[in-house]
Write a protein that binds this ligand. Structure first.
Ligand code: BES
Ligand code: MN
Ligand code: ZN
Length: 480
């Protein structure tokens, strides 16, 4: 289990017996528990105003002993504030057996689920290592009966995010394309999906020249993974999610420097999100058909690696002159996008990829990028990002930069070699667009947001799982 902490919803009466109890307080709220000192005096003493991020710990007589009550500030009571509060409570409960959390009565669906997601995600721990602090074993929520189902759904979303983190945090010595395919098949079996995996021979027979070219330098051959979710009595729509699944990106012969290579085990973060999202759809009762594609390869330099100047033929026949083997994500995605366009008849395609270092220069580490020619699709995703706490910023696709990808020997090059136009994340999006057949499509560049350097709030050092909550929010409630 990625997140070991158990979560449950209990009767408010039971919560009164807990030895660690968390109670909300806000500007106008009083705490529903007997305190040794009147609440206003207590808060004044701690200079607490009810903002999210504040926790006042009070020892309270309990039976023959003492128990700890954590008064937690809920700020404006909105999802953002409660997500943060949930994370803080879970961190305060580290190493303990259990914590009982009283939900703020009026927070509503969005607030309750944010609190629960925050608490579970902050409890995520990487599996390896004996010296880690144990997360709290159990978090028990109590509150209005309507909150029960909300908490259950929040748990599904948080565990899916935990799975995405786990897949990304796994070292590349273990995580090669075959391993990733095996994990996807496991998820499919558990979640009632059909899985199909293309082995190298199938990729060659099918004409997936991009995935094969990127993978040809590695001792661990590439895979294309397809997961299909087809609910009974679906609404007739069909969404395809495409993830970049580079299980390690050395750059290939266009080798990365030491610094740039350090964290490249997470270069399959987009693929991890696709697998984890597909794995949660049935439990969340999504009514639309969804197909996930993960283009998995290890980008390595060797005697059999592709060379700068090679020309490859993608699925569907477009040719590409590879001028930089480190621009490999777009090569594997091109095959998957073309396959989705030509074979799957989707109404909408969304791809997720740790595609360009340039996007973290543009947007930093907190906000992901969305590129789309469709204003309504961009808006749906931006809104889902705001609601879910995986925020996006819309970037432009600038047609004037497209000549940067013109090739003398093929249909296009994989980079703007002379850097005539700059905007490396935009030219990457322009490259991908060539393979989408004019369909309704969005590209999420998550290179800046898929990894974090410190434990902070709901994030834990390492992979973030960015995109899982966003897409699950979009698929469950955010589409027009
Ligand atoms: N996987 C990298 C992008 C990346 C960089 C992800 C930093 C996360 C953190 C991608 O394959 C890559 O190498 N992109 C190149 C593109 C360039 C060669 C046009 C880059 O960003 O330098
Ligand atoms: Mn690369
Ligand atoms: Zn890469």
């Amino acid at each position: 289990m990625p997140i070991e902490t158990a979560l449950s919803f209990i009767d408010p009466q039971q919560a009164q017996d807990a030895d660690l109890l968390a109670i909300p307080f806000g500007k106008d709220l009083t705490a529903q528990v007997e305190l040794p000192v009147p609440l206003p005096a207590l808060l004044a003493h701690h200079e607490a105003k009810g903002e999210s991020g504040e926790v006042v710990e009070v020892p309270v007589a309990h039976g023959d002993g003492v128990r700890r009550v954590l008064l937690y500030g809920i700020g404006d009571g909105g999802p953002r504030a409660l997500r943060k509060a949930g994370a803080l409570l879970a961190r305060r409960a580290k190493g303990r057996r259990s914590i009982d959390v009283t939900l703020p009565q009026d927070a509503g669906e969005a607030g309750w689920s944010a609190l629960a997601e925050g608490a579970l995600l902050a409890s995520y721990t990487m599996r390896i290592g004996a010296s880690r602090t144990k997360a709290v074993e159990e978090i028990r929520f109590s509150g209005p009966e309507e909150a029960r189902q909300v908490i259950e759904r929040a748990e599904v979303v948080a565990r899916a995010t935990g799975l995405a983190r786990d897949l990304s945090n796994t070292p590349s010595s273990e995580k090669n394309p075959a391993w990733l395919a095996a994990r996807a098949v496991e998820v499919a079996e558990r979640a009632g999906l059909t899985a199909k995996v293309w082995e190298p021979g199938d990729l060659a027979a099918g004409g997936f020249g991009g995935i094969l070219a990127v993978g040809q330098g590695s001792a661990s051959p590439p895979r294309l993974i397809q997961l299909s979710y087809e609910p009974e009595g679906h609404d007739g729509g069909h969404i395809v999610l495409v993830g970049k699944g580079i299980t390690f990106d050395s750059g290939g012969l266009s080798l990365k420097p030491t610094e740039g290579m350090k964290f490249m085990k997470t270069d399959m973060a987009g693929g991890a999100v696709v697998i984890s999202v597909l794995g949660a759809l049935r439990e969340l009762g999504v009514r639309t058909r969804v197909t996930g594609l993960v283009a998995a390869a290890e980008n390595m330099p060797s005697g059999s690696a592709q060379r700068p100047g090679d020309v490859i033929t993608h699925y569907g026949g477009r040719t590409v002159e590879v001028l930089n083997t480190d621009a490999e994500g777009r090569l594997v995605l091109a095959d998957a996008l073309a396959y989705a366009d030509k074979e799957l008849e989707p109404d909408t395609i969304v791809d997720l990829a740790t595609l360009t270092g340039a996007i973290s220069i543009a947007l930093g580490r907190d906000v992901g990028a969305v590129f789309s020619g469709s204003d309504d699709l961009a808006k749906e995703l931006l809104d889902a990002g705001t609601r879910s706490g995986d925020p996006l910023w819309r970037m432009p696709i600038i047609d004037e930069y497209r000549p940067g990808l013109d090739s003398a020997v093929a249909d296009l090059t994989n980079i703007d070699f002379e850097n005539t136009y700059g905007g490396g994340s935009i030219t990457a999006a322009l490259f991908l667009r060539e393979f989408t057949g004019g369909r309704r499509w969005a590209h999420l560049d998550i290179a800046g947001v898929s990894r974090t350097t410190a434990d902070d709030g709901i994030l834990t050092k390492g992979a973030t799982g960015f995109g899982t909550r966003l897409l699950l929010d979009w698929l469950t409630s955010g589409r027009s």
